[in-house]
Design a binder for this molecule. Structure first.
Ligand code: HEC
Ligand code: HEC
Length: 291
């Protein structure tokens, strides 16, 4: 860079700074517009006022707190505490209200539904699906078909103690493993499977179904009922309603009879508190199939 006498632009009177680079690159001397400059000073002033009022600068062991004593963290903590206090009132009510009463109190019902829905997504969706639609081996909770009963109290009991779970009060009952334990011969299982298919009006072999009817009356009716309508005391599915926990193909029905299945639902007593389980019972009951 070299220097020269500033040049003057004709007409405007604007000058160059007098600095020259590479012999012919010169720089106009055009200061910032005044409006810009003063806005800049005002910004600095505002920043200094903010530093004074609000938390801003880090220090060795914390930060400057500001004269207003404002803290986002304290504000959020306060809001959470207020929401908790609001919830606590509902939780207390829910804790003491009999299940049937929850349904008739709209505010309490709304609280139980919201808390039940949230807890369902966390704890139940992995097995029963996000929409409680179920899957093979995991019952759909939206329909009006219940293995163990669909009153709100039945559902609460299922949730508290589970099904074939490790809880001492669990719901139990195990269909015999007719094939695995060699209680029936393969052709007898085949006959029983054809009879079960005929109960649901699925394609079946009439001769085998006839033989199967006799086997059914002897081996199966005690749990599934003389007409195959199931028994919620024993968790034995209705075999006539076209809803299948383990599938309706001939192979799947045969496997159910061979292995006895024995699905396991964990007990939630001890993992979730009583009020949450109550909310879940209300939520599941409301899904559509509640009795
Ligand atoms: C580890 C998988 C698993 C989880 C997690 C699970 N369940 Fe289940 N649930 C099952 C199985 C399997 C059955 C069917 C048991 C049987 O075959 O009788 C079942 C049955 C049920 C039933 C009885 C349905 C009927 O027809 O009687 C209800 C109600 C239920 N579950 C609700 C829930 C709720 C609410 C949660 C969450 C707190 C939950 N389940 C979590 C596996 C699970
Ligand atoms: C001790 C009671 C009991 C007896 C006896 C019994 N079952 Fe079952 N059965 C059950 C239970 C309980 C289930 C549900 C298993 C589960 O949820 O995992 C079931 C499930 C089934 C299923 C599956 C249904 C579905 O929705 O997928 C079929 C099919 C079936 N049983 C047929 C039979 C036949 C056929 C016999 C006689 C040869 C028989 N059961 C005898 C209790 C019994």
């Amino acid at each position: 860079m070299s220097s020269e006498k500033p040049l003057v632009e004709e007409g405007t009177g604007v000058t160059t700074t007098g600095h020259v680079w590479d012999d012919d690159i010169r720089e106009w001397n055009k200061p910032l517009p005044k409006w810009w400059l003063y806005s800049f000073y005002v910004c600095i002033l505002i920043a200094m006022v903010m530093w004074y009022l609000y938390p801003s600068w880090p220090t060795l062991n914390g930060y400057t707190k500001g004269s207003l004593g404002y803290s986002q963290r304290a504000t959020v903590a306060g809001e959470i505490a207020a929401a908790r206090r609001g919830q606590d009132a509902f939780r207390k009510q829910l804790e003491s209200a009999p299940l049937e009463q929850v349904k008739s109190n709209p505010e309490l019902l709304r609280f139980a539904m919201a808390s039940g829905a949230a807890s369902f997504q966390t704890n139940c969706a992995p097995c029963h699906g996000r929409g409680a639609q179920g899957a093979i081996g995991y019952p759909n909770l939206n329909d009006d078909d219940w293995l163990w009963g669909g009153t709100i109290a039945d559902i609460e009991q299922t949730l508290l103690y589970g099904i074939r779970s490790d809880h001492k009060d669990t719901r139990v009952s195990q269909m015999p493993k007719f094939g695995t334990d060699k209680i029936l011969k393969p052709d007898e299982i085949d006959a029983a499977a054809n009879y079960v298919a005929s109960l649901s009006k699925l394609p079946s072999d009439a001769d085998k179904a006839k033989k199967g009817a006799a086997i059914y009356a002897e081996q199966c009716a005690a749990c599934h009922g003389p007409e195959g309508r199931g028994n919620t005391e024993l968790g034995a599915p209705n075999l006539t309603d076209g809803i299948w926990l383990y599938g309706s193909s001939p192979e799947q029905i045969r496997q159910s009879i061979e292995t006895g299945r024995g699905g396991m639902m964990p007990a939630w007593s001890g993992r979730l508190d009583k009020t949450t389980i109550k909310s879940l019972a209300v939520y599941v009951h409301s899904l559509g199939g509640g009795r």
